[in-house]
Every structure is written in structure tokens, then in C-alpha cells.
Design a protein around this ligand. Structure first.
Ligand code: HXC
Length: 287
């Protein structure tokens, strides 16, 4: 039976696709995750962003709320994703104030460039704790809400769900696909993040939840790239030469991938790592 035209029209970038839905996003005051949240809000949703810095998080929440008239965006600062109780309290507050949690982005990360010879055990552990344990804590705090959201549109009488909700995206990296100097700690942590995502997809898929990874490559105007830009010209030039698409990405391109995975169009994508890097990692691990 062919799919009628109207079922394709607007299954992704239609105004209002996230009406009455709620996103919980850790790292939401950062450049990439705020861009993802902004897209979600612009397309009808409300959101709660979590950060460590109160002022920065609240300021960003106000800014994201301007994406759509009437949008509700809460910024909860002073929450460290390494603290499961603080994170659970934030998730519960989000659900209480906004009416549930339908989507989650586990995006909080702590990164720096450091040769292994200068990486203390505590430095390694700090990044493992923020990226890996923090992503796990985020999933634990939100999954009961995501299951509830998924249950609302699971049995619609069609072969596939016609609503959306009950979805989680983990923000990862490509470093561990190949190996990356100065990033032993981040590579180890992001490998763990990927596996937390995949385990979630298998264990919670039967409950209607989808769990995927988005892997940004070098994205312009982000903290990570600003640090790279501060290094020498040679490194900077090579960083663009190593990208088959010939340029750094834009925050909007990560936001677009997010909208796809959260939309009806992404309903059968589960346990996938979507690399959005202009093909960089395919070229000898990128640079
Ligand atoms: C070596 C370092 C270091 C550095 C910190 N440490 N910076 N070691 N080189 N540049 C060590 C410290 O000496 C300490 O070890 C341990 O790490 C913990 O440091 P704290 O400052 O006490 O920890 P904490 O406050 O928890 O900070 C976490 C952090 C920090 C990860 C270390 O960088 C941070 O808070 N970052 C948050 C923002 C962030 O990184 N965003 C990046 C996202 S960009 P000792 O042994 O002295 O106790 C991105 C793209 C990737 O993700 C781009 C790659 C650059």
C-alpha cells in the first residue's frame, strides 16, 4: 500500500511538530546544545536546560525562549551532572513545571586538550565523570518520563507511531573511532557515552523509546573550535583540509540532525550514531 503524500509532508520541519512537548537538555547553555534546544523550541516545544553556572544557564534560557512567542524555557543552574540527586531533582522540577519530559539531550561535556604525559589520574577521571557518568545519570533521571511519553503514541493502529516523544539523544565525538592525540580522556569517555546510548536503545526500545547518538565534527563558533583556533595557523589550516566537505560545520546543521531524530521522520532510527562532520573522520581520523 503506497504511503499517501500527506504523510510525508511536514513530518520533519513543519511548524508546530513539537507543540506541547518538553525537552530536558544538559549542557544546554553551551553553543551546540543551546542550538539544538532553540530548534526544538522554534518548532513548538518547551524546554528545560541544565548547567553548572547559574547566571549563564538562566541567561541562555531567556535567550532560547525568544525563538517562539509564548515559549516556556526554564534554566536550572548549579546542577553538576556528576551529582545524580541534583540531576533527578532538576528532571522532576522540569516535569512538574512543564508537564512531563518527552525528549532528552545528554549534552554536558568537559573537554580539554592534554598529552597523556600531562594528564593526571584526576584529570582523566573528571572528564570520564562529566561525560560518561553524567550521560548515564541524565538517562537514569529522565527515562521514566520518556517511557511515559512514548506510551502515549505507541499504539495508534498504524504500523509506525504517528506522534513523537520518548526520545533521547547523546552528544558524542568521533575521536574513539580511530584514536586521537591529546584526547585520551575524551575518547575513552565518549566511547562509554556511545555504549550507554546503545544499551538504552536495546533495553528501552520495546517500551517505545528511541536512543541515538549525534556526533558533531568541528563546528564553527564553539568553545572547542575556539580552543583549536588559539593553536598555531598550521593546525588550523590542516583542520579544514582534513574535512571532505571542505569547511567547518554550523550549529544549525547539528540542530537539523536533532530535529530529524526527534521528528516522526526518525521514528525507526534507534541505536544509531549519526555523524555530522562533513566526512572528517573517514579521512585518517580527521585532524
Ligand atoms: C591538563 C587539566 C586541564 C588541562 C584541568 N585539568 N584542565 N589537566 N590540562 N587543560 C585537570 C586539573 O588539573 C585537575 O587535575 C582535574 O583536571 C580536574 O580539574 P578541575 O578544574 O578541578 O575540575 P572541574 O571543575 O570538574 O572541571 C572539569 C574540566 C573543565 C573538564 C576539567 O575543563 C571544565 O569544567 N570544562 C567544562 C567546559 C568544557 O570543557 N566544555 C567543552 C566542551 S567542547 P588535578 O590532578 O590537578 O587534580 C567539546 C568539544 C571538544 O566538548 C573539543 C576538544 C578541545
Amino acid at each position: 500500500m503506497p504511503v499517501p503524500r500527506e504523510e510525508f509532508l511536514g513530518s520533519t520541519w513543519r511548524d508546530g511538530i513539537f507543540n506541547d512537548k518538553v525537552l530536558f537538555c544538559t549542557g544546554g547553555a553551551g553553543t551546540i546544545c543551546s542550538g539544538q534546544t532553540r530548534a526544538f523550541v522554534a518548532l513548538g516545544g518547551n524546554a528545560c536546560i541544565i548547567g553548572r553556572n547559574v547566571e549563564k544557564t538562566e541567561r541562555m534560557a531567556k535567550d532560547i525562549a525568544t525563538a517562539r512567542p509564548g515559549a516556556k524555557v526554564i534554566g536550572i543552574g548549579a546542577v553538576d551532572v556528576r551529582d545524580p540527586k541534583a540531576l533527578q531533582d532538576a528532571a522532576d522540577r522540569c516535569a512538574k513545571e512543564l508537564g512531563g519530559i518527552d525528549f532528552c539531550i545528554a549534552g554536558a561535556a568537559g573537554n580539554f586538550l592534554a598529552p597523556m604525559a600531562q594528564l593526571s589520574s584526576n584529570a582523566f577521571k573528571s572528564v570520564m565523570d562529566i561525560d560518561a557518568l553524567g550521560s548515564y545519570n541524565t538517562a537514569r533521571a529522565t527515562l521514566p518520563y520518556l517511557v511515559e511519553s512514548a506510551s502515549k503514541h505507541k499504539n495508534t493502529g498504524k504500523a509506525y507511531p504517528t506522534g513523537t516523544g520518548g526520545r533521547i539523544i547523546f552528544v558524542s565525538a568521533t575521536f574513539h573511532y580511530t584514536g586521537k592525540p591529546l584526547q585520551a580522556h575524551v575518547s575513552a569517555a565518549k566511547a562509554a557515552v556511545d555504549q550507554i546510548c546503545f544499551a538504552t536503545s536495546i533495553e528501552f526500545g520495546p517500551l517505545g523509546v528511541t536512543s541515538n547518538v549525534i556526533t558533531p565534527g568541528p563546528i564553527a563558533n564553539t568553545e572547542g573550535m575556539e580552543r583549536l583556533a588559539k593553536s598555531d595557523e598550521h593546525t588550523l589550516k590542516r583542520s579544514k583540509m582534513g574535512i571532505p566537505s571542505g569547511r567547518w560545520g554550523e550549529v544549525k546543521e547539528i540542530a537539523d540532525a536533532t530535529v530529524y531524530l526527534f521528528s516522526e521522520a526518525g521514528s525507526y532510527v534507534n541505536g544509531h550514531a549519526l555523524v555530522v562532520d562533513g566526512g572528517q573522520w573517514r579521512v585518517a581520523g580527521g585532524d
